[in-house]
Design a protein around this ligand. Sequence first.
Ligand code: AMP
Ligand code: GLY
Length: 423
Amino acid sequence: MNILLIGSGGREHALAWKIAQSPLLTKLFIAPGNGGTGKLGEHVVLDVEDHAAVVSFCQLMAIDLVIIGPEAPLVAGLADDLQKSGIKVFGPSAAAAQLEGSKQYTKALCDRKNIPTAAYGHFTNATDARAYIEAQGAPIVIKADGLAAGKGVTVAMNLEDSLTAIDECFDGAFGDAGAEVVVEEFLSGEEASMFFLCDGTTALPFGTAQDHKRVGDGDTGPNTGGMGAYSPAPVLTNALQDRVMQDIVMPTLKGMAEAGTPFSGVLYAGLMIDDDRPKLIEYNVRFGDPECQVLMMRLESDLVPILLASAEGDLSDQAAEWSNDFALTVVMATDGYPGPYEKGSVIKGLDGISDKMIQTFHAGTEVQNGATHAIGGRVLCVTSKGKTAGEAQRNAYATVNQIDWPDGFWRTDIGHRAVEREA
Ligand code: AMP
Ligand code: GLY
């Protein structure tokens, strides 16, 4: 098979690494890829906003399957346009991608299907939103309705911060994404994620993970795209996973099909677990980054036939085998991230550090004249397996410490919850 993978993050490096191991693969193209993916496939320059150009490329190269990594092209309808041209694609339609593209869309679905989630209000002006917040009190959560590159959510511990967040949204801090706002009840508990591959009607559970969103040790400082992750998530017992499937995911697939917008692709359920009750925080319609890196390390099955079955609308014959090992990834980021940072610093010490138990997935890197340069905020994802969370953590940090990059930083406590549980 000829496969086109779209994206440039650590998630896409991990997907490319797994796809490249498939006996079904003839040729992998990656658009645009990053400094780590060049050995796994051929990089292509494609404007993914130009759907006609992507379709032409697929026809010219006889692409059998397109795998779309990030959410923006999905919300923009790239999967729809590929499908219209008869090209198989892993990922939801634009209509189904509204599960990530609009918070209000998902809240309305939860109402219709009685899915456990935070109580909320939906607002199109600041006056009504402020009145609701003053009636509810803090802590409270303010969310820009649309895609805001992970920055549209404020968990406000006091009234003043929540009102500031409302003003920011309606004053245009997130552009059109903030023209509508969802205000939510604050949920306490432990956060975890569960992934499902979907074909429109059924869901194949596809692993659990926990990530670390805050930039600093001890979960302090501003939110980021994710500074590390591990899989499995010990908090998600088999009984809880069954509840997530029955109470949250199956009603979602049913509701989407009833609306005439069946969901296919990967459904990422962000969950809050309190008192053995899972509640939906949010959906994403793509693999998590860096959660994908730990899932791919643990997946023993061939990824390609499973993604193809999702694209073809029938997952009924598919199963996924997982290693019993734990996997953990530490994100190395450029100094300054998630604020402004310099681009171009050189990273050394990357040779010979990947093996069966360790993979260093690249994110914001570029190779120039044989040297690896950092060109993004999140730059490397050092991913390790281990018999326990503690072993995976020790292995990952041993590798992090071999990498010579004075301009980078990382959290030193990735996996602390899982390691503490083991103790
Ligand atoms: P999101 O950008 O939607 O992933 O949200 C970012 C983070 O905000 C989530 O991972 C949670 O940690 C937090 N969050 C979102 N909604 C709530 C809520 N209702 N209660 C508590 N925390 C929340
Ligand atoms: N790591 C969080 C996300 O991918 O949304």
